[in-house]
Ligand binder design. Sequence first.
Ligand code: MN
Ligand code: MN
Length: 365
Amino acid sequence: MNQRLQKLQAWMKENGIEVSFITSSENVFYLSGFFSNPHERLLALAVFQEEEPFLVCPGMEVHDVKSSGWNQEIIGYSDIDNPWELVHTSINKRLNRVQKVAIEKEHMNVERYEQLSVLFPGAVFVSAEEKLRKLRMIKDAKELKIIEEACALADYAIEVGCSEIKEGRTELEVLNAVEYALKQKGVTEMSFSTMVLTGANAASPHGNPGSTKIQKGDLVLFDLGVVVDRYCSDITRTVAFGDINDKQKEIYDTVLNGQLAAVAASKPGVSAAEVDLTARRIIADAGYGEYFPHRLGHGLGISVHEYPSMTETNQLVIEEGMVYTIEPGIYVPGVAGVRIEDDIYITADGAKVLTKFPKELQIIR
Ligand code: MN
Ligand code: MN
């Protein structure tokens, strides 16, 4: 039994939970080592306090589960089987009566919840999500190494992006060149849809790249991430194409000062709120408080957004082993958008910055 499952089982014992029925691809992967996107089909990991866990998956994936290293029971079902009947039989072999079941309430849909309610009549359903988020929040050495690789590829992507900026190129043309270069390096998946936004378009924190042409005097914003062995990186850099005006420069410098201060403030023992506020105060003092409308950052791992959530109200204490982003931004509608985002790892001494592309303003000629 792996350590992650043991930690979940210890939590189940403490809380009197007889079964955890885990259905999100990310948490099934975290606990079992097997990743699959089953679409509408059922993928589930059933964990018990003492009895052997089992993994339910589409029959065509049984071989993949075995080669992933999962060496406990696997229940494969065909497209004409009812997987819930197989689940029922397997649980009945282990337990007669179940009173408390942990599920991922944010992930579970109503149809499945109804199936489980029939399997466990009268049982109380509690959430497994908070516990799993806390377990996933602290990365081990192996996870860190993979995230570092994903970050190195993200740095490379920004480098390619900068070299592809030319007068009259569209956002999509540059984006395409970046992703092409990554595929040449063997990358099969991005953490999310890559963003290349130029000029006033970058003033939308979640803008969509399109046919806007890059012009001299624009600030160009790249936000992207690379998936390596199921772990995500996430980087943002904003660069100048030719000379920019004093206002753009002031916005850039303000974001950079806030970003650097928040990285420096990140260490074990401080709260997420303190780290957020370190950057937020610098931006507010420069007169741009209302133009920084989102949290400072987020945890990063198997999901591109996970714990800790770096908000100005989150009193969660930063601990060694956390990986999170620091990404303040200033977005002045119709004028410019600047965001600078690093992924950091918390050591006993403070932040180790995993994304290494330079942050001093890069001017592309
Ligand atoms: Mn991010
Ligand atoms: Mn990002």
